[in-house]
Design a protein around this ligand. Structure first.
Ligand code: PLP
Length: 352
């Protein structure tokens, strides 16, 4: 049923294997991040044999879906206090930055007779999650007194909020702090986790600081581009996830609406370029499922004019194809659209 996202699993797996190979050459273990496709069980179960070190997600519901898979599972988002029980149950590792939360994790772990592994996040300047570097010594001191949890590593996240690019300086400092703390407190560090898809370019350029031994990769494996500068990675496919939507109306109409222009459905005052009479196709998908600006039609002669909640309007005038009602238009997606489409219950997911 349309609309649908078709997931070409061989292409996605090939991307992951290529990344794992590159990373292992630099002694970097890869956690594949599954949140953008809601840890779709059919996709996830295919990833086990790709040489990855673990599966990581920000939502505990998604880790729960993977409970029967024999692989390390990592909770990426700092846990909520009200999910601590599930974190102990379904995550082998969690990323942390709050002492209250670590107390709660330790307490639940002890009650269940378990030990929970934690990665301490350091804020290297992006101003999302993480302990401030000046406070880390004090923080470790407190964590070491908590039974039931074990410090297994340090990590940082960059680019996502502040747009800070990972570099030799900020990741070099992460390694330095991690090593100092490991020595001072005799920590058995398994991971120094150097970030997400935006850190990959450092590895390609041979600039990833020695000591970083883990990356958490989501977008780069799905869309085939790194995220510090948005560069395509030649060895990766950029069409593993394709959106397909069906035409429900196609008519020749003017390009500028007729009447006084007020606000559109989202409170914006729209602007229309006058292209004369054009061939307009409406496809049955909308802002509830995608961002119209984040769709890239595979037919290069299609322009996206706009979208409301459940209609997207295309200019197909210049296309070589004579589109009809019922025809299917295919798109690549940017990260924002992919996230929406995979999360939307109105979009089918088809793994081929
Ligand atoms: C989402 C997320 C990632 C993956 O980011 P990509 O840009 O998709 O590679 C890594 N780490 C954390 C903490 C995240 O929340």
């Amino acid at each position: 049923m349309y609309p649908e996202v078709v997931i070409k699993i061989d292409k996605y797996k090939s991307n992951i294997k290529s990344l794992v190979e590159r990373c292992s050459g630099a002694n970097v273990k890869v956690w594949i991040v599954t949140k953008s496709f809601c840890a779709h069980p059919h996709i996830v179960s295919n990833l086990i044999d790709c040489g990855i070190d673990g599966l990581a997600d920000s939502r505990i519901q998604n880790l729960k879906k993977m409970k029967d898979l024999n692989i390390k599972k990592i909770l990426l988002r700092i846990p909520m206090l009200n999910e601590v029980d599930d974190v102990i149950e379904y995550a082998d590792y969690s990323l942390n930055s709050e002492i209250e939360t670590i107390y709660a994790l330790g307490e639940r772990a002890r009650k269940k007779g378990k030990k929970h592994n934690i990665i301490i996040m350091l804020d290297m300047g992006d101003l999302r999650e993480g302990v401030w570097p000046d406070d880390v010594d004090d923080f470790i001191n407190k964590v070491l007194k908590i039974e039931g949890v074990e410090i297994k590593g340090f990590g940082t996240n960059l680019t996502c909020y502040g747009g800070v690019i990972p570099d030799e300086n900020n990741l070099g400092r992460l390694v330095k702090i991690a090593k100092e703390m490991a020595e001072k407190y005799k920590l058995d560090l398994e991971y120094i986790s150097g970030g997400n898809s935006s850190s990959y370019y450092l590895l390609e350029d041979g600039k990833l600081p020695v000591g970083i031994n883990n990356l958490r990769l989501g977008e780069i494996a799905i869309l085939g581009r790194e995220t510090a500068f948005g560069k395509r990675i030649d060895m990766l496919h950029d069409d593993a996830f394709i959106l397909r939507a069906q035409i429900v109306e196609i008519k020749n109409k003017p390009s500028v609406p007729i009447g006084n222009i007020g606000m559109d459905a989202f409170g914006n005052k729209p602007y229309y370029e006058d292209r004369g009479i054009i061939k307009r196709a409406i496809i049955a998908i909308g802002r509830q499922d995608i961002n119209p600006d984040g769709l890239i039609p595979l037919d290069p002669n299609i322009d996206i004019l706009g979208a409301s909640s459940d209609h997207t309007i295309l200019d197909v005038t210049k296309s070589e194809r004579d589109y009809k009602v019922g025809d299917v238009i295919e798109f690549k997606m940017d990260y924002g659209s992919l996230l929406k489409a995979m999360t939307s219950e109105y979009v089918d997911k088809v793994v081929v």
